[in-house]
Design a protein around this ligand. Sequence first.
Ligand SMILES: Cc1cc2nc3c(=O)[nH]c(=O)nc-3n(C[C@H](O)[C@H](O)[C@H](O)COP(=O)(O)OP(=O)(O)OC[C@H]3O[C@@H](n4cnc5c(N)ncnc54)[C@H](O)[C@@H]3O)c2cc1C
Length: 284
Amino acid sequence: MLSRFDYVRPQALEEALAYLGKNAGTRILAGGTDLMVMLRRNAEMPEHVLDIKSIPETKQLEYKPQQGLFIGASVTVNQVAEADFVQKKYSALAQAANSLASYQLRNRATLVGNICNASPGADLSGPLFVYEAKVHIANCQGERIVDINEFFTGVKKTVLKQGELVIGVSLPDVAVEDVSLYLKQTRIKGHDLGIVGVAARLTAKKKCLVAMSAVAPTPIRLTKLEEMINSQPLTAELAALAGEEVRKQIKPISDVRSSAEYRLHVSGVLVKRALTQLLAMGGR
Ligand SMILES: Cc1cc2nc3c(=O)[nH]c(=O)nc-3n(C[C@H](O)[C@H](O)[C@H](O)COP(=O)(O)OP(=O)(O)OC[C@H]3O[C@@H](n4cnc5c(N)ncnc54)[C@H](O)[C@@H]3O)c2cc1C
């Protein structure tokens, strides 16, 4: 049985922030696909639950040339996956969104909920890393913007402080020559977190960015691997070498989904595959 809590659904951002400021320990509810699981198990028993879905600022999903993309905190994963400007400009993000759980779940789940839950395997984190996204955070005193690189601090931990909520995330605009993709290995297609996720992007200036999920306590960007890749032209041989190199740069754990050894193996395979595909899409 659910424990008792006060439920509020403010219609304005100021109202929500004032409530969060007054009521310590309030849990924020977006799609509820992570939070409700915790509440039903009584793994969390908050006194206050604040539903953000009626706050206008969190409903925004907008692409503006030169400025980029803004995804509000109530925007569902299906809205992200189905937006034509996301599919055309930010394909790694559209693919990752499409790979998350099932269609029904994606109708509830939000991108921002995915990163705030801070699972090491969060599918939407990798694409946000390779697009160098920014997280827009507010409390009753004002707003701050944090690079996605600094957002995750540990397993299920982020930089978010008491009284803060995420309004949305922004991604810079990308050139038409920019190519990206997301690859994921799962046990059960459509209903499971990944064993490993790899997001990779090749910019118009031929800079390669790579990020992974489920191989460390937080999702990570592989800056050392990127340095190696970016020090020479991308070729099939370099893609294969990067697949071997990545295994030296990560230390995944064993859990219910996979042994550490299998994760390590799959990581190499997916990194090589991702770079090979980027090469075919827009290579150098
Ligand atoms: C059957 C099933 C399959 C799943 N499969 C996948 C999968 O394949 N890949 C994957 O990555 N995930 C998966 N998940 C996890 C989950 O669906 C996602 O993480 C989802 O994106 C969470 O979004 P939500 O809106 O439902 O978050 P919620 O449950 O509403 O919130 C998640 C957490 O973030 C906090 N939060 C939410 N919004 C904000 C905000 N604006 N500001 C501050 N804190 C906030 C909440 O308080 C809570 O702690 C699965 C879950 C289930 C139940």
